[in-house]
Design a protein around this ligand. Structure first.
Ligand SMILES: NC(=O)c1ccc[n+]([C@@H]2O[C@H](COP(=O)([O-])OP(=O)(O)OC[C@H]3O[C@@H](n4cnc5c(N)ncnc54)[C@H](OP(=O)(O)O)[C@@H]3O)[C@@H](O)[C@H]2O)c1
Length: 326
């Protein structure tokens, strides 16, 4: 099968295209003929060996996929050959076939195509669990989203609006802010137009209840300072490459809290709340109330360009690697 391959760590350019043997089917797993894979920022970090979990080389990059089951191993219940599914693994998705544990798969709702399903998983799940469970957001809340044109940020804008929040989107360009407006943001701030703290003060006059931060760096403190008493700052990632240092006196004086969200540990924790969130999210996908904004689709042979586009922070919403139209 054709697959992208990472044999040494580095920037996206270390990834090469190869013909390799399909992965072996193991107990509890299914084989999926991949139709589309989504590129997530962590895929770039995994190739660079800068992610929190190291993947030994050689490996096929790519974590999020959608396609059709072609083979089912022993120990799998609830899935059959021919089922259309989407899911995520650590690595292996930028290939014609992926073998994945049945536990990480969800059936694609009728009427939803593979590109939409591939781009829906990680970003929307991260945003929804962060908003619904970690931030406990309520209708009428004031929400600030940093990195609002990126995969997680744009999903947080859309889902924040669905959950009844008034959303202020912060991003670096008019194009990213327009995408945020199109999925529900009511206030738009380009942090390159002036000091973010001043812009937030002028626009979010009563203060915010929740900040979703997938970016880190110097924007974090400015957004945190706009929280009002009882506000929650949710740290989701550090796409800027800089982990901010927040003066703790702000937390004390403002009576706010800083919380973190980590996808693997949250998903691995099969609480009733997590399962409730997943069911609600699937309903939103099936009804068309939530879907990824797909900015660009690359072919499998262009996986390097797809990784670079995301790694450079240029992506607006989701970037897809289309493996084939089947
Ligand atoms: N906690 C979890 O479980 C979890 C799950 C998924 C993702 N994440 C993390 O969340 C972060 C965002 O992921 P994503 O998929 O939304 O990424 P993305 O689509 O690339 O968006 C990241 C945004 O960060 C901003 N940015 C600022 N400096 C950047 C730089 N030097 N390089 C790249 N982007 C930069 C950009 O917005 P502006 O142009 O507006 O500045 C960009 O739109 C990543 O760090 C990822 O690892 C965490």
């Amino acid at each position: 099968m054709r697959a992208a391959m990472c044999r040494e760590y580095g920037g996206p350019e270390v990834v090469v295209m190869e013909d390799i043997d399909p992965p072996e089917l193991t107990m509890g797993c299914v084989r999926v003929r991949v139709a589309a894979a989504a590129v997530n920022f962590p895929d770039v970090l995994v190739v660079a060996d800068q992610y929190q979990i190291s993947s030994p080389t050689p490996f096929v990059p790519g974590s999020e996929f959608a396609g059709t089951i072609t083979e089912v191993a022993d120990g799998v219940d609830g899935f059959a050959v021919g089922d259309r599914v989407f899911g995520s693994v650590m690595v292996g998705a930028f290939a014609e076939e992926v073998v994945a544990p049945a536990a990480v798969l969800t059936k694609i709702p009728a009427g939803v195509d593979e590109v939409t399903a591939a781009g829906f998983g990680v970003a929307h799940r991260t945003a929804y669990h962060s908003l619904r469970s970690v931030a406990a957001i309520q209708p009428g809340a004031e929400l600030i989203v940093l990195g609002a044109g990126g995969g997680v940020g744009l999903a947080a804008v859309q889902l924040g609006a669905v959950l009844g929040a008034t959303v202020t989107a912060v991003a670096s360009s008019a194009e990213k802010l327009e995408a945020a407006r199109s999925v529900g943001a009511t206030r738009l701030i380009n942090y390159r137009d002036g000091d973010l703290r001043d812009q937030l003060k002028a626009q979010v006059t009563g203060g915010a209840d929740v900040v979703i931060d997938p970016v880190g760096g110097e924007l974090s403190e400015a957004a945190l300072r706009r929280l009002r008493a009882g506000g929650r700052f949710i740290t989701v990632g550090f796409a800027s490459g800089t982990i901010p240092r927040i003066p703790l006196n702000l937390v004390l004086l403002k009576d706010i809290s800083i919380k973190g969200f980590e996808f693997m540990s949250f998903m691995g924790n099969h609480t009733e709340e997590m399962l409730r969130n997943e069911a609600e999210l699937l309903d939103l996908l099936a009804s068309g109330k939530a879907n990824p904004h797909v900015e660009q689709t690359f072919g499998l042979e262009d996986s390097v360009a797809a990784l670079r586009h995301v790694g450079d922070g240029k992506a607006i919403g989701k970037v897809i690697v289309a493996i084939g139209s089947r």
